[in-house]
Design a protein around this ligand. Structure first.
Ligand code: XMP
Length: 521
């Protein structure tokens, strides 16, 4: 490894470290597919690589992947899935402030394995109604908690009585009464609810469901034995959930540089909102805009830094060293790099600005190291190889399109010609700006048709769970690190050597001259 870096080594003129490669290519903006990484002697097996990354004091992820603050990507469900996998979700701000607060609360109060809003039935429904509900919603289960109009637990409707022969009977006649239902109070679940539930199921032979109630017997959730068993197995997994010091999942939230009716920064509103987010336990706030190297964003970061000295702050987006220095001096801990690389972005076409992502990352990474801030590679990532390349110059990546087709992304699945899709739109698309994100692009809250959108509305093919997508991405990152002999992300940054790829080289990199039967994913 050291030999390949010596100045007279035959590899040296071809495969160059970042500080030689990027200045030597400074006349051209390069992105992921324009370069490839050279392999090095390795004693590192992919499965032994460590992917944890620290973005700021008190903000540590177990995998370097963040889901984007977009209204078709990250709300509570996505943020929970990201944190459970060791990453981070940034809750978008294209919703009323109160709703954003409750999305953050949902993540922070998430108890793994606890179904917080189980499907319930009421005593006056008939078994026939319940059967119809199962059929209509395609539920794969048939046991339901029974609650009264105030949400208080009155019993459990067990699957073995939900049969067509009892269709005319009332739920009240068929339920297992409250006194015989096993429950635990939410406050008694303790720090490790899964261990508590696991012990309960071992001690109560044949019981597969444990209902969670509050002090007034309102139903608060449901824990199933099968979930507990799955989670207990997952605990042996390599990448642990990303949690705060109180064992809660971590969660981020985005804010914009909000202006008042006079066009001035609305400091009071921003401070009140971020104060409320902090009260809910938010772990990091991102000041998310298309142009981070601007007075409004700088002032917002300064105001937040003064008011919340310890709160990790992300700010962006920039693509220049001056932009990084500016935001770092204002008090940001991590800086989003990316202008126009996103799969739904049209900034480069509409505004004629933006820099291909690998060049932007290099230019930003050097001052970031000096200022001791992190770099987040935001946008343009379509495959795990892009993430490996991005991580040679950054501490984490932010992805939108890769996660927009997942079950956990907001929005419904739609079927078109037998294929399933989810909506994915740019925050600078006209529809998203109308819904509230206009400030991100420096426009007034209610944009008119005169405003030029900088993003498109699109569809992504439905792609299953975040767990599945992340498993593929992480496998790819670990492979890349194995090829470079990097045991951790710091070594990956240290060891990376680059070479440019010709158009023919790019074609060679993808499957070619075959009839593909199955895609790589
Ligand atoms: P990917 O490629 O992961 O990109 O889909 C997601 C990132 O794109 C940015 N973003 C936009 N950029 N116009 C833009 O120029 C838009 O409408 C837009 N919406 C999102 C954002 O940085 C996100 O993380």
């Amino acid at each position: 490894m050291a030999a390949a870096r010596q100045s007279d080594h035959p590899d040296k003129p071809f495969y160059q470290p970042a500080e030689e490669f990027f200045p030597a290519n400074n006349k051209l903006g390069l992105t992921f597919d324009d370069i490839t990484l050279a392999t090095l002697y390795s004693e590192i097996l992919p499965r032994d690589t460590q992917l944890d990354t620290t973005l700021a004091e008190g903000l540590h992820l177990n995998i370097p992947v963040i889901s984007s603050d977009m209204d078709t990507v990250t709300e509570a469900r996505m943020a929970i899935a990201m944190a459970l996998n060791g990453g981070l979700g940034l809750i978008h701000y294209n919703m009323p402030e109160r709703q954003q607060l409750s999305e953050v609360s949902r993540v922070k109060n998430h108890v793994h394995g606890l179904i917080q809003e189980p499907i319930k039935v009421t005593p006056d429904e008939s078994i026939g109604d319940v059967l119809a509900l199962i059929e209509q919603k395609k539920f794969g289960f048939s046991t339901f908690p029974v609650v009264d109009k105030k949400g208080r637990l009155v019993g459990l409707l067990s699957g073995h009585v939900v049969k067509p022969r009892y269709a005319k009977k009332k739920v009240s006649e068929a339920l297992t009464p409250r006194a015989q239902v096993h429950t635990v109070r939410k406050k008694d679940l303790g720090k490790d609810p899964i261990a508590r539930a696991d012990k309960f199921f071992t001690e109560h032979i044949g019981i597969h469901k444990l209902l969670v109630v509050d002090d007034d017997d309102h139903l608060q959730g449901l824990i199933t034995m099968s979930d507990v068993e799955r989670i207990t197995q997952e605990r042996n997994a390599q990448f642990k959930p990303a949690r705060d010091a109180h064992f809660h999942l971590i969660c981020g939230a985005a804010v914009s540089a909000t202006r008042n009716a006079f066009g001035e920064l609305d400091r009071e509103r921003i401070l009140n909102h971020v104060g409320a987010l902090v009260e809910r336990g938010v772990d990091v706030v991102a000041v998310s805009t298309a142009h981070g190297h601007s007075k409004g964003v700088g002032d917002t970061v300064k105001v937040l830094r003064d008011a919340f000295p310890k709160l990790p702050l992300i700010a962006g987006n920039v693509t220049s060293a001056a932009g990084v220095e500016f935001l770092a001096d204002c008090g940001a801990n991590a800086i989003k790099v990316g202008q126009g690389p996103g799969s739904i972005c049209t900034t480069r076409i509409v505004a004629g600005v933006g820099i291909p992502q690998m060049t932007a990352l290099y230019v930003c990474s050097r001052p970031a190291a000096k200022k001791k801030v992190s770099i987040l590679a935001d946008g343009g990532i379509t495959k795990s190889g892009d993430i490996v390349k991005a991580l040679t110059l950054s501490q984490a990546v932010i992805c939108g399109g890769i996660f927009a087709g997942c079950n956990e992304a907001p929005g419904e699945v739609v079927e078109i010609s037998g294929k399933f899709y989810k909506q994915y739109r740019g925050m600078g698309s006209f529809a998203a700006m109308k819904a509230g994100s206009a400030a991100r692009y420096g426009h007034l809250p209610n944009p008119t048709l005169k405003v030029a959108p900088e993003g498109v509305e699109a569809l992504k093919e439905a792609c299953g769970s975040v767990d599945r997508v992340l498993a593929q991405l992480i496998g790819g990152i670990q492979s890349g690190m194995g090829y470079l002999g990097a045991a951790n992300l710091a070594q990956l940054r240290e060891l990376a050597r680059y070479i440019r790829v010709s158009p023919a080289g790019m074609r060679e990199a993808a499957p070619h001259d075959v009839v593909e039967l199955k895609t790589g994913s």
